[in-house]
Design a protein around this ligand. Structure first.
Ligand SMILES: Nc1ncnc2c1ncn2[C@@H]1O[C@H](COP(=O)(O)OP(=O)(O)OP(=O)(O)O)[C@@H](O)[C@H]1O
Ligand SMILES: [Mg+2]
Length: 262
C-alpha cells in the first residue's frame, strides 16, 4: 500500500494556560482527502487544538505543519490564506448582515479590494465586487441557501446558520476545513443530512475535513479516522470500530450505554 499524502501534521503540540495544560504533546497526521474526527469529554482540549491549528493560539511547544509548511508562528488570517478554514463552536456570523454578505466577506480573502478599488458603481472595484457577489451566490446554491440570500443572517434557523458558516469558510477556498461541533443543536434528521453534506463538500471542493463532534452517530458514520482527547492527552486513535471498542475511550468518554446503542 502506498503511503497517503499528509495534509496537516502536528508535532508535539503543548498548549498551557498558566498552570493548566489544555493540550499535551499532541502529535497527529491527517491524510489528504480524508474526513476525520476529534472527540473527547468537555474541556478535553479539542477546541484548543483547532485554535492552535488555525493560528488563534500560538502553542507553548511544538509545531503545526500544513502541506509541509510550518504554520506555527502564523496568525489566523495568514493561516486562512494558506488554505485552512474553520467554523466555530459558538456560531460566529455577522448577524446584522445578509446571508449573501456573510459569504462575500469570506470571498475577500482571495479577492481583496485594494484601497483605490472601493466598490463605487464604476471601475475595477465594481467589477471585482460583482464577481465576488456571483461567487458567493454560487456557494449559497451549494449549501441550499440561495433562496435566503437577502435575509438577515440572524433570522435563519439554527441548522441553516451552521450551513451558512460553512459556506463562508468555503468562500476562502480552503483545502482543509475544520468544523467545531457542526451538529450541535441539530435534530436527528438535520444531523443525518449534515453527514451527507460533509461528504458532498469534501468531494465537490476537494477537501480534507476534520471535525469535533459529540454526536456519536455523526462521528462514527462519517469519519475514517478518529483521535480521542482526555484532559489534553491523546488517549486513543484509530478507525471508528477500534475507537468504539477501546476500553480507555469507553471509560473516559463513550460510556457502556453508547457502545451498546451503536
Ligand atoms: N484562552 C484560554 N485561557 C485559559 N484557559 C483556556 C483557554 N482556552 C481553553 N482553556 C481551557 O483549556 C481546557 C480545554 O478547553 P477546550 O475549549 O479546548 O475544550 P473542548 O474539548 O473544546 O471542550 P468542549 O467539548 O466543552 O467544547 C479547558 O479547561 C478550558 O477552560
Ligand atoms: Mg470545544
Amino acid at each position: 500500500m502506498t503511503e497517503r499524502e499528509t495534509a496537516l501534521e502536528t508535532q508535539g503540540v503543548t498548549m498551557r494556560f498558566g498552570g493548566l495544560t489544555a493540550l499535551h504533546d499532541f502529535s497527529i497526521r491527517v491524510h489528504r482527502g480524508s474526513i476525520v474526527g476529534l472527540i473527547g469529554p468537555n474541556g478535553a482540549g479539542k477546541t484548543t487544538c483547532f485554535n492552535v491549528m488555525t493560528g488563534f493560539y500560538r502553542p507553548t511547544e511544538g509545531k503545526v505543519l500544513f502541506e509541509g509548511r510550518d504554520l506555527t508562528a502564523k496568525g489566523p488570517h495568514e493561516v486562512c490564506r494558506e488554505g485552512i478554514a474553520r467554523t466555530f463552536q459558538n456560531i460566529r456570523l455577522f448577524s446584522n448582515e445578509t446571508v449573501l454578505q456573510n459569504v462575500m466577506i469570506g470571498c475577500h480573502v482571495r479577492t481583496p479590494l485594494n484601497w483605490w478599488e472601493t466598490p463605487l458603481p464604476f471601475g475595477v472595484g465594481a467589477k471585482k465586487e460583482k464577481e465576488i457577489r456571483e461567487k458567493a451566490y454560487h456557494l449559497l446554491e451549494e449549501v441550499e441557501l440561495a433562496h435566503l440570500a437577502d435575509e438577515c443572517a440572524a433570522s435563519l434557523p439554527y441548522g441553516a446558520q451552521r450551513r451558512l458558516e460553512i459556506a463562508r469558510a468555503l468562500a476562502t477556498e480552503p483545502r482543509f476545513l475544520l468544523l467545531d461541533e457542526p451538529a450541535a443543536g441539530m435534530n436527528p434528521q438535520e444531523s443525518q443530512k449534515l453527514m451527507a453534506f460533509i461528504r458532498h463538500i469534501r468531494e465537490r471542493f476537494n477537501l480534507t475535513v476534520m471535525f469535533i463532534e459529540h454526536d456519536m452517530k455523526v462521528v462514527m458514520g462519517v469519519c475514517e479516522y478518529i483521535w480521542v482527547l482526555d484532559y489534553g492527552v491523546l488517549i486513543a486513535e484509530g478507525a471508528p470500530k477500534e475507537i468504539q471498542a477501546d476500553p480507555r475511550v469507553i471509560e473516559a468518554y463513550l460510556g457502556e450505554e453508547a457502545v451498546a446503542d451503536a
